[in-house]
Design a protein around this ligand. Sequence first.
Ligand code: UD1
Ligand code: CA
Length: 457
Amino acid sequence: MNALHCVVLAAGQGTRMKSALPKVLQPIGGQPMLAHVIDTARALLATTHVVYGHGGEQVQAFFAEQTQLHWAHQAEQKGTAHAVQQAMPQIPDDATVLILYGDVPLIRAATLQSLLAQVGGGLAVLTVQLSNPTGYGRIVRNAGRQVQGIVEEKDANAAQKAITEVNTGVMAASAQRLRAWLSRIGNANANGEFYLTDVVALAVADGVTVNTVSASSAEEVEGANDRIQLARLERAYQRREVENLMHQGVRMADPARVDIRGRVMAGRDVFLDVGCILEGEVTLGDNVHIGAYSMVRDSEIGADTQIEAHSILDRARVGKACQIGPFARLRPQAQIGDEAHVGNFVEIKKTTLGARSKANHLAYLGDGEVGSDVNIGAGTIFCNYDGANKHLTVIEDGAFIGSDSQLVAPVRVGRGATVGAGSTIAKDVPAGGLTICRAREQKTFANWQRPRKTPKA
Ligand code: UD1
Ligand code: CA
C-alpha cells in the first residue's frame, strides 16, 4: 500500500468559542481536540501534517514534543482547498492523502480505514445522512447513484438543499491526482473561497469514480464551533470512554456521572461510584472500588483496595487491599503499602507508608519513610519544611506515634518505639520504649474563670 499522509486542517480561528485558546486546543476529555485527531492519525501509521494559522504559536507550543509532526502555515484562510495546498509540497506523488479536521475530534480509525480501502488510486469521500442537513455540503448523485459533485449550502438550489446525504469534509485521494485537482480549483462561488469539495466534480470530469463511505454515527464527524457543540462532543466522548471501561469489566453506579480524561487500565469488577474523575494514566487492579466524588490522576491502585468518597489521588501509588479515605489526599510520590489505611483529612506527599500501617485521622505526612505496621495517631504532623528546605522523617517498623505529635525533620523514630501523645519530637527516638516530650507538669487552677465578653457600649 502507498504511504499514508494525513493533512489536518487547523487554521480556523474559532471566533464563536469566545476564547483566548485557539479552537483546536479546546479540550475534549482533557486533551485538545487536535490531539485526538493526531492520535487517530498515528493509529493509522500516517505521516501527519497540521495546517495551522490562527493561534499558530500556541498550537505548535502544545505539540512541541511531537517532533515527528509536520507543520504547514496557512497565513490567510482562503478556503479548505487552499489549506490542503499548503501541505502538499511536503507530500510525495505516490502517497495517499487523508484530509482530517482539527475540530472534528471523535473520528474513528476504523471508519478511516474503510474510507482508505475505497480510494483505489482516485478519490473517496466520507459522507453521513443527516435529518437536518442545513449548513453542510450536499452530495449530488446522478440517476445511477454515482457521485457527481458536492454543492455547498450557499451555492445549492432548492432541490439540492433537500439532499440529506452530506459531506463530512473527510476525504482520501491519491496525492498525485489531488495535487492536479487542487491546482485547477477556483474561487468563483458564494463565499469566494477555494473549496476542497470541488475536487469531486474535477475527479468526475476526469472519469474517476468517486467512492463514498458512510460514517458510523453523526457524532464521529461532528465539529465543535462553539462551547455548546464542544460540550455535546464531550458527552459523546465520555459515553464512548465509559463504554470501553464497562467492556473491560468496570461497573459504574451511573455511566453518565463518571468522567475519563486520559487512559484508564482497569481490572475486573472495578466499581466507580458517581462523580469519579479519572485523569491521565490510571491503572486500577481487580476489585478496586472508588467512592463518590473522588479524583484519581496519574495513579496506580492495587487490587481489592477501597477508595472511599471524596478522596483525591495525584501521582500516587497504592498497594493491594488498602483502605483510603473518605476525604484522603494522596499527593505526588505518595506510596502506600499493601493493606495500609489512610483515613479522613490525611494528606500524604512524597512519603512511603509501609504495609499494614495506618494513618487514620487528620495528619500530614510529607517527605517521609514510614515502615510497616506503624500506627500514626490523629493530628500527627511531619514538620518537613524549615522555611527553606525539606527534610526527611523516618519511622521504623512497628512504631506507634501518639495523637497530636509533631515530628520535626530531619528525625528518625526507631523500630517499635512509642511516642507519647502531644509530643514535639525534634531529636531521634530510640527503638522500643516510650518517648514523650510535652509540658512536664499538669496543673489545675480550680477557681479559674473563662474570660467574658465585654458588653458593647
Ligand atoms: C466544510 C465543507 C462542507 C462540509 C463541512 C463539514 C468545504 C468547502 N466545505 O464546510 O462540504 O459539509 O465542511 O463540516 O470544504 N479551514 C482552514 N483553512 C481555511 C478554511 C477552513 O484550516 O482556509 C479549516 C477550518 O478551521 C475548519 C475546516 O477547515 O476546521 C472546515 O472549514 P469551514 O470553512 O468551517 O468549512 P465548512 O463551511 O464547515
Ligand atoms: Ca465556512
